[in-house]
Design a binder for this molecule. Structure first.
Ligand SMILES: CC(=O)N[C@H]1[C@@H](OP(=O)(O)OP(=O)(O)OC[C@H]2O[C@@H](n3ccc(=O)[nH]c3=O)[C@H](O)[C@@H]2O)O[C@H](CO)[C@@H](O)[C@@H]1O
Ligand SMILES: C=C(OP(=O)(O)O)C(=O)O
Length: 458
């Protein structure tokens, strides 16, 4: 159990480097299983809990995985099972992304219904609809799905009822090894879809149109491993942009790609924040009072739902009233209750939250209810009066590498504390005393080089 302690009032300045994108690396690592020849070396792999989970999932399928400092090397010539361990899959929503690659490689998959943040229903009907169109027979069990296809997957036309990121990725991966052509209509257009398509094409696939709403995939007989560098994380970059803006700071976000962040940049500019584009990043300067703006989340290129809570933290310190409308997930306002503990005035009305900005925030004990809510609470705590204590850090660890260390390097007064029960005391009947060890480094930062049980390559 750990907590992040923040004492508000420090202005952030300096440079922060953005890591590889969580939402790009997860499908790319799942796709590495498609290669029946050679090895893939994936670079700029962020050391996140979700990455460790997908690593275990692909290793459990029989792939050899070598995890370096910021790279992962995968050989997937021989897959030994079509059933990843259910408890691993349940840890993370994105585990469902091995379904398409497994169907394409082995013609079968048995997989638990995936877990993840409680931000909404998060159905997978569009993934399944796509697979069924490709000739897959699907059986729903108690908490799991079993799917199989006779022979190869068949290319097909698939219209997605919602432009789902995961369904687009899963179908794209399966279709890469299908017989014939697959056309995905109303496809998701996120930069992570384009990154996955680039990786697949480098592996020998024929994917055209990624980044538009129609993607055409001509299936090939086999794919091979390649080296690929993951795109920078636009949500991590956006989070540091908000942290800079909320503290009246001056921060260079190294690696941030302006095109990927267009709606976030334009909202910040509307609010009075200066955002300058440079060759290798974005310079954020906040030296004026902030104005309230309305924000509505939409599929890319609209305002990202993954930045909604962080943006709400900024609106809390802006002059005037803002309306934040969440259209992607039906339960993504859990942070509102936590912000309220910090004296925020927000009223939720259905899918909208009305934010009464400009009220002074006070430090409080709050809980990260999901990944981005955790980041948003840190942002709010940076300007709150006094000390805030943020628990539920396991959510934050899914998506941010060393957030406390990175913010501290920019001048924030922030520490991560690990609470450990001493062994002898833990055995006692009374509640055990808690020893608190101060640290600002991410607890798994030094973890490197993990190989699956029996590597089949030298
Ligand atoms: C690992 C990853 O990349 N996660 C991202 C991905 O999640 P994920 O791929 O899960 O998100 P989707 O785009 O699939 O979901 C968007 C909406 O569509 C609905 N839906 C989805 C699939 C389906 O078969 N049926 C259905 O109804 C979902 O319930 C949700 O309301 O995109 C989300 C939307 O940008 C982001 O917030 C997540 O950070
Ligand atoms: C919701 C998110 O991720 P996931 O889809 O992995 O739960 C996120 O990254 O904010």
């Amino acid at each position: 159990m750990s907590k992040i302690i923040v004492r508000g009032g420090q202005r952030l300045s300096g440079t922060v480097r953005v890591h590889g994108a969580k939402n790009a690396v997860l499908p790319i690592l799942a796709a590495s299983v498609l290669a029946s020849e050679g090895e893939s070396e994936i670079a700029d792999v962020p050391l996140l809990d979700d990455v460790l989970t997908i690593r275990e999932v692909i290793a459990s399928l029989g792939a050899d995985v070598l995890h370096g400092e910021e790279t992962m090397t995968i050989r997937a010539q021989r897959l030994t099972t079509y059933e990843p361990p259910h408890e691993m899959v349940r840890k993370m929503r994105a585990s469902i992304l091995v379904m398409g690659p497994l169907l394409a490689r082995t013609g079968r998959v048995k997989i638990a219904l995936p877990g993840g943040c409680a931000i909404g229903m998060r159905a997978i009907d569009q993934h399944l609809k796509g697979f069924e169109a490709m000739g897959v027979e699907i059986t729903l069990g108690q908490g799991f799905i079993e799917a199989k296809v006779d022979g190869r997957l068949k290319g097909s036309k698939v219209y997605l009822d919602v432009a789902s990121v995961g369904a687009t990725e899963n179908i794209m991966m399966a279709a890469s090894l299908a017989e014939g052509t697959t056309i995905i209509e109303n496809a998701a257009k996120e930069p992570e879809i384009v990154d996955l398509a680039n990786y697949l094409n480098a592996m020998g696939a024929h994917v055209r149109g990624a980044g538009t709403d129609t993607i055409r995939i001509e299936g090939v007989e086999s794919l091979h491993g390649v080296r690929h560098t993951v795109i920078p994380d636009r949500v991590e970059a956006g989070t540091y942009m908000i942290a800079a803006a909320i503290t009246g700071g001056d921060v260079f976000i190294e690696g941030a790609i302006a095109d990927h962040l267009a709606p976030v940049i334009s909202k910040l500019q509307e609010m009075g924040v200066t955002v300058n584009e440079a060759d290798n990043g974005l310079h954020v300067i906040a030296d004026k009072p902030l104005k309230a703006v309305d924000v509505k989340t939409l599929p890319y290129p609209g305002f990202p739902t993954d930045m909604q809570s962080q943006m709400m933290s900024l609106l809390l310190v802006s002059d005037g009233t803002s309306i934040v409308t969440e259209t992607i997930f039906e339960n993504r306002f859990m942070h509102v209750e936590q912000f309220a503990k910090m004296n925020a005035q927000i009223r939720v009305d259905g899918r909208s939250a009305i934010v009464n900005g400009g009220m002074p925030l006070t430090g409080a004990k709050v809980t990260a209810t999901d990944l981005r809510a955790g980041a948003a609470l840190i942002c709010a705590a940076l300007v709150a009066d006094g000390e805030s204590e943020i628990s539920g850090t396991h959510h934050i660890d899914r998506g941010y590498v060393n957030i406390a260390g990175k913010m501290a390097a920019l001048g924030a007064d922030i520490q991560r504390v690990e609470a450990v029960r001493e062994a002898a005391a833990a055995a006692a009947p009374e509640p055990a005393p808690v020893a608190v060890i101060e640290t600002v480094t991410f607890k798994r930062e030094k973890e490197v080089a993990v190989r699956s049980a029996q590597p089949t390559w030298a």
